[in-house]
Design a protein around this ligand. Structure first.
Ligand SMILES: [Zn+2]
Length: 258
């Protein structure tokens, strides 16, 4: 049976080259199958979808298409808010928390740098990651479409860029985090929120030059690491500044595509 399916301009770059420039695709489906499976047969994970209209009416992922249906598939509106319920995602999250896949590992450091609650479990399999995302109510960030196609994952984002600074810009833009960041407030090793600590309490743990030049310190109570402003932080501040610049440019592009 044949249906017509059209993908919004923002989703079309995810299609194979031969389909990318078609506004409407005539598509044959051999058996009754859910609209989620039809969309994902084009290699677009359901996590990227914000609404599905069938002959002008909104449907959810379980809907079964009929021959002759006209289907319009749109992305999530940017900024995406996982804490708000929608037809496709009736169970909103109580918080903003990320789970970063190993294929975007550097992004995890950057999200910790800006103070975002971010889990990272590089040794888990895809099915274990998906289960953890459900259990801890995390948004999955990955470049792996197969992981994001897993049905139990409600909230996720397919990271488009290969460059870590642009990946950070992508997450800042997509989830509207530009004004929600709290740089250097979280441990970049274990995700714990840092606490200020008095210099006099850690004098014995400091190298001579650190002791001489720095007065403000924070402490991770979970892994016992000490943080202070240094050359390492300057590099990260540059990365964040660049990511915020890119994010500002992209926000303009996204709003023109609505
Ligand atoms: Zn820590």
């Amino acid at each position: 049976m044949e249906i017509d399916i059209s993908f919004h301009a923002m989703l079309r770059p995810l299609l194979t080259t031969s389909l990318r420039h078609q506004e409407t695709i005539a598509h044959n489906i051999g058996r009754r199958t859910s609209i989620k499976d039809v969309i994902e047969s084009f290699d677009i994970p359901h996590t990227e979808i914000g609404s599905i209209l069938v002959n002008g009416n909104a449907v959810d992922f379980s809907w079964l298409p009929y021959p002759g249906d006209h289907i319009q598939v749109s992305p999530l509106g940017i900024p995406v808010d996982p804490c708000r319920a929608s037809l496709l995602r009736p169970n909103p999250f109580p918080h903003l928390r990320f789970l970063v896949d190993v294929n975007v590992a550097k992004l995890r450091t950057y999200l910790h740098m800006i103070g975002m609650d971010t889990l990272y479990e590089p040794d888990l399999t895809d099915s274990e990651l998906a289960r953890l995302a459900v259990q801890k109510q995390c948004i999955v960030l990955s470049r792996d479409r197969g992981l994001l196609r897993r049905k139990i994952i409600d909230h996720g984002h397919l990271i488009r860029s290969q460059n870590p600074t642009k990946q950070l810009a992508e997450v800042l833009t997509y989830y509207g985090l530009q004004n929600k960041i709290n740089p250097f407030s979280r441990c970049i090793h274990c995700n714990n929120v840092l606490q200020p600590i008095a210099k006099k309490d850690i004098l014995n743990n400091l190298e001579p030059l650190t002791k001489k030049y720095y007065d403000d310190f924070s402490h991770c109570r979970a892994c016992n690491r000490i943080y202070w402003p240094g050359s390492h932080r300057e590099g990260m501040e540059q990365t964040l500044k660049r990511a915020l610049q890119i994010s500002q440019e992209w926000s303009g592009v996204y709003s023109s595509l609505k």
